[in-house]
Design a protein around this ligand. Structure first.
Ligand SMILES: [Zn+2]
Length: 81
């Protein structure tokens, strides 16, 4: 089991002023490139909205992308494991 890395992801403003908050449709997502698996994975934000949690399909490494002010606005991340 490898370690895990945390990356802070910026808040994404919700279209419609947050009226649609809580709906499963339209949940924000990010793309994670797992170099060791050679594959992209689309990761949806956790239900509580605090993080994205991805797992490498090849080696099982867990990667957490925390959500908060001051984070990056990047939507595509590369993970080497
Ligand atoms: Zn891996």
């Amino acid at each position: 089991m490898h370690g895990r890395i945390d990356i802070l992801v910026g808040e994404t403003p919700e279209p419609g002023g947050g009226a649609g908050r809580g709906r499963a449709v339209g949940r924000p997502s990010i793309q994670v490139w797992f170099a060791c698996a050679g594959a992209y994975q689309r990761v949806f934000r956790a239900v509580d909205g605090s993080k994205y949690q991805a797992r490498c399909p090849k080696c099982g490494k867990e990667v957490r992308f925390l959500v908060g002010p001051g984070g990056t606005s990047q939507r595509v991340f590369e993970v080497r494991c």
